[in-house]
Design a protein around this ligand. Structure first.
Ligand code: AMP
Ligand code: GLY
Length: 422
């Protein structure tokens, strides 16, 4: 079977790597892929943009691609699944209507409220004056969110009313383009975050192992938000009892609410939750796709062949699948980032040491690299050095031993991934 993976990050490298572990998979094509996917045996890059629906469709039809997995949210929100389905292709990832759960925070909030899913209190605004007076009445800290997709930058956790008001002005002033036409203002929640990625065929929903991402650039979870600086799975805070509650109170309710709207949602539903120390939780956001870098720690633990699960979702027979099988132990990934990220950074630095890191037993997923005779940096997040161990401590030690082998000019990584486990 030939599979096409849409996207070019560490998540897509991990998807291609996992798929190729199965004998059923002859070939994986990544559109456009990166320096890492180019180097996997059985994998080929296709230089097409993720929103070149026509090009992707033509290639898939010409080359007999049996299944298309869409990594990032942007093509999903633009309707890649609707387009490819209309050409008779099998796609894992929700339609444009389903992707609204990530592409519009106001839409997702309304869905949660209708379905009775626990979430932070919030109000939606269409102009600055009303939003500002609401913030003034509520006080700080408070969270200001641009409604639409903003590559992880549309959420401002404001410590003061002034900061919140400046964020409101920036959003209505067009700083986030059309993403800021609506602004969601939300109660500030404290606690520990957990990412629950679940597979669904629109009727049945099966969670994967819970993961924890580290979104801030700085150690101790300080500084600016990033796409994610490291992750581990399983996250012990999401105990089996908590996961059973998340299944009932979040995932099943969300799928039922989508179905009630006539949305046949087949793909990943990712719930980002804030957990209180008492074990209660509230949903911070839904995403319509695999998390990055959560995927890089969840897939190495998965024993059930990935394509079997994905096909069961696409063909709407997930209820008939046996329980998902998992490796014992834990996985950790540490992100090697370009100096300056998430602000301005330089690209094109020579990367060395990956072989040495892998000789220690790690798997190095490429997030932003380019293979041009030499391996060069090509993004803010460059590599995800990933290790699986019988225990969390073993996985952590191995991931850090691996990243110490890697070098490129200006490389930065957090030294405290997993600090909440201790
Ligand atoms: P989101 O894209 O909605 O997940 O927001 C990005 C990050 O902002 C989350 O991972 C949290 O760290 C933080 N955040 C979002 N909403 C809240 C909230 N209501 N209270 C506290 N922090 C939040
Ligand atoms: N790791 C956060 C995300 O994928 O949105």
């Amino acid at each position: 079977m030939k599979v096409l993976v849409v996207g070019n990050g560490g998540r897509e490298h991990a998807l291609a790597w996992k798929l190729l572990q199965s004998k059923q998979i002859e070939q994986v094509v990544c559109a456009p892929g990166n320096g890492g996917t180019a180097g996997i045996k059985g994998c080929q890059n296709l230089p097409l943009a993720v929103d070149d629906f026509e090009g992707i469709s033509q290639f898939a039809l010409d080359e007999g691609i049996s299944l298309i997995l869409v990594g990032p949210e942007v093509p999903l929100a633009k309707g890649i699944t609707d387009y490819l389905n209309s050409k008779g292709l099998k796609v894992f990832g929700p339609t444009r209507a389903g992707a609204q759960i990530e592409a519009s925070k106001a839409w997702a909030k309304a869905l949660m409220q209708e379905a009775g899913i626990p979430t932070a209190q919030a109000a939606v605004f269409t102009e600055a004056a009303a939003a500002k007076s609401y913030v003034k009445a509520q006080g700080a800290p408070i969270v200001v969110k641009a409604d639409g997709l903003a590559a992880g930058k549309g959420v401002i956790v404001a410590e003061t009313v002034e900061q919140a008001q400046a964020a409101i002005d920036a959003m209505f002033g067009g700083e986030f383009g059309s993403a800021g036409k609506f602004v969601v203002i939300e109660e500030y929640l404290t606690g520990e975050e957990v990412s629950v990625l679940a597979l669904t065929d629109g009727l049945t929903i099966r969670p994967l192992q819970p993961a924890q991402d580290h979104k801030r650039i700085g150690e101790g979870d300080t500084g600016e938000n990033t796409g994610g600086m490291g992750a581990y799975a399983p996250a012990p805070i999401a105990t089996p009892e908590v996961m059973a509650r998340i299944q009932k109170e979040v995932l099943e309710k969300a799928i039922a609410a989508l179905k009630a709207k006539g949305i046949d949602y087949r793909g990943v539903l990712y719930a980002g939750l804030m957990m209180s120390p008492q074990g209660d939780f509230k949903v911070l956001e839904f995403n319509c796709r695999f998390g990055d870098p959560e995927t890089q720690v969840v897939l190495p633990l998965l024993e059930t062949p990935l394509e079997e699960l994905i096909l069961a979702c696409v063909e709407q027979r997930l209820a008939q699948m046996p329980p998902i099988a998992w490796k014992q132990g834990a996985a950790v990934t540490v992100v090697a980032a370009s100096g300056g990220y998430p602000g301005a950074y330089e690209k094109g630095k020579v990367v060395t040491g990956i072989e040495q890191a892998e000789a220690l037993g790690t798997t190095v997923f490429h997030a932003g690299t380019l293979n041009q005779e030499q391996l060069l940096t090509d993004g803010g997040r460059v590599l995800n050095v990933t290790a699986v161990g019988e225990t969390f401590d073993q996985a952590l030690a191995q991931a850090y031993a691996g990243i110490q082998c890697i070098h490129f000019e200006g490389m930065y990584y957090r030294r405290d991934i997993g600090h909440r486990v201790r």
